[in-house]
Design a protein around this ligand. Sequence first.
Ligand SMILES: O=C(O)C(=O)C[C@@H](O)[C@H](O)CO
Ligand SMILES: [Mg+2]
Length: 382
Amino acid sequence: MKITRLTTYRVPPRWMLLKIETDEGVTGWGEPVIEGRARTVEAAVHELSDYLVGRDPARINDLWQTMYRAGFYRGGPILMSAIAGIDQALWDIKGKVLGQPVYELLGGLVRDRMKTYSWVGGDRPAELIAGIAALREAGFDTFKMNGTEELGIVDNARKVDQAVARVAEVRAKFGYEIEFGVDFHGRVSAPMAKVLLRELEPYRPLFVEEPVLAEQDEYYRTLSDATSIPLAAGERMYSRFDFKRVFNRGGLAIVQPDLSHAGGITECVKIAAMAEAHDVALAPHCPLGPVALASCLHVDFVAHNAVLQEQSMGIHYNQGADLLDYVKNKDDFRLSGGWIRPLTKPGLGVEIDEERVIEASRAAPDWRNPVWRHADGSIAEW
Ligand SMILES: O=C(O)C(=O)C[C@@H](O)[C@H](O)CO
Ligand SMILES: [Mg+2]
């Protein structure tokens, strides 16, 4: 079998889907994207296709190493997201050829169902109580919210109190019948993270995510030494080599590689194993579409240390399309009380409605994240 063509479709809300075709009619789907840089990743995918067209899609490991190493420069969000989506599609092809779901090719299930969580509150955390109450009705009990809005490198007690009050209100309203992560989203500096973590301790969040920016990862250890709140990060780390430094220094209780940013299934299975060796939990990041989520789930179902899976149904970023809009087999993604079963169809187990994708790609927005500024006019971390 040989790879014959790679076709990319940028689609609402801010995703990109990749179709890889072969000379024997088997196709695979991937979801290579960096939110806000879809066109850049698209260019990278088509540059990488030089290494792929005419090659045997079954040789995923060699194709992965070629894409990673042959171009001299490597790593980072763009190239690793392009590799990620291609890798997903190659695993999809392999599973379809062998008639097996990807998790079977990775050694089989370690669990029967996987726990997911939902976002509440949006970019500027608000309406948290109403958002949680509505999802509680649907049987969810695990959530994630943004912790702050714009925050200065050193900021005042009033801002800290506002952030803490939101979390306190959620705990007061729902007690411990729910769990939630608080995403600092990289908006918080190391000094302010120490302050905020201390003030959030009494409310015992399940985790605090991106307590500082990934480029400040040397602070994970000092921050974790100063708090009992489990720290999580990983959406802005792109390979084993990024995660290696974090595992060596310590500080993270949970790693959150994104299956569409960190090299795909081939790489994230390795990251999961590294995490397990360091007694670190896995909770893949996934605010994206169905192929990304399916790829996460195949890793979740073979990784002993997988604990939680992000999914984007109803997420505030999904304006113009939602998680399952391009999927034919919607029932396979049914969430019962936030739990999801393995995707048992061959490959990734996602049946893409290609006509719908082609139609939607005709009006693909060039999504960009908001540009926030502080009161003094300087750029603020979004
Ligand atoms: O889901 C999360 O944890 C996020 O922090 C969302 C962020 O990754 C946006 O997708 C960036 O555009
Ligand atoms: Mg996040």
